[in-house]
Ligand binder design. Structure first.
Ligand SMILES: Cc1cc2nc3c(=O)[nH]c(=O)nc-3n(C[C@H](O)[C@H](O)[C@H](O)COP(=O)(O)O)c2cc1C
Length: 205
């Protein structure tokens, strides 16, 4: 679904491959940034894959909290007691998947995640969270922990909850954009240089 303030795709009525691959990727990333702001966007919830201790992939949905297209950095929040936190502490590599069905646009990003919990960064974000969002971190049991039904709603205090609240920042190293198009799908891959530069090229879909 697309929101009313979603940036239009400049390549919708023509072959995007008539333009530089970097422009195509930038337009897709602008769309992802707007998805972070708009709760109704398909890009508001993304899949994020990590590596389990056994080497197997682990995948789950998270809310995309912010996306900065220039540095290609995105933010999501989690609980430091979760499996994904342990996995990312062991190996910072992660991959995200987003698909906007209305725009027929798939974005895949690979990069490394920095975890911020119980520090100045997480405290600043915590202060700006609405009460409902803070409640998520008040469960007495760690996410994924086996528990009897009668204890499932037990809570901890807000100070302790804040210590579990984690801001996760993923910095992209690779971006892969696929646009489904009746006249021929179009796909481009970009590699970031860490300084705002992007080397991009078209690939066969
Ligand atoms: C729509 C949706 C949004 C979600 N958003 C988040 C989120 O922002 N952060 C989070 O940690 N888990 C979120 N979850 C829950 C995760 O998908 C997952 O079930 C949970 O975090 C445990 O994952 P883990 O055991 O791999 O750490 C969301 C689930 C759904 C269905």
């Amino acid at each position: 679904m697309t929101g009313s303030n979603t940036p239009p795709l400049p390549f919708q009525d023509e072959d995007p491959a008539h333009h530089p691959a970097a422009d195509f990727i930038s337009a897709a990333l602008a769309r992802l940034a707007s998805g972070a702001r708009g709760r109704r966007s398909d890009f508001h919830v993304i899949g994020i894959a990590t590596l389990g201790a056994d080497g197997a992939p682990r995948l789950r949905s998270v809310v995309l909290r912010s996306f900065e297209p220039h540095s290609v950095r995105l933010t999501f929040h989690t609980d430091s007691r979760s499996a994904k936190f342990a996995e990312l502490s062991r190996d910072r590599r992660a991959a995200i998947l987003a698909y906007d069905a209305g725009a027929k646009l798939q974005i895949r990003i690979e990069g490394q995640v920095d975890l911020h919990s119980d520090d100045a960064d997480s405290a600043a974000v915590w202060r700006g969270l609405p009460d409902g969002a803070r409640q998520i971190y008040r469960g007495a049991r760690a996410p994924g922990m086996r528990a009897e039904p009668r204890v499932l709603d037990e809570t901890i205090g807000e100070d302790e909850a804040e210590r579990h609240f984690t801001v996760c920042r993923l910095t992209a190293s690779m971006i892969d954009v696929l646009y489904l198009r009746a006249a021929g799908h179009r796909r481009a891959i970009g590699v970031t240089d860490g300084a705002g530069g992007l080397a991009a090229h078209w690939v066969a879909a």
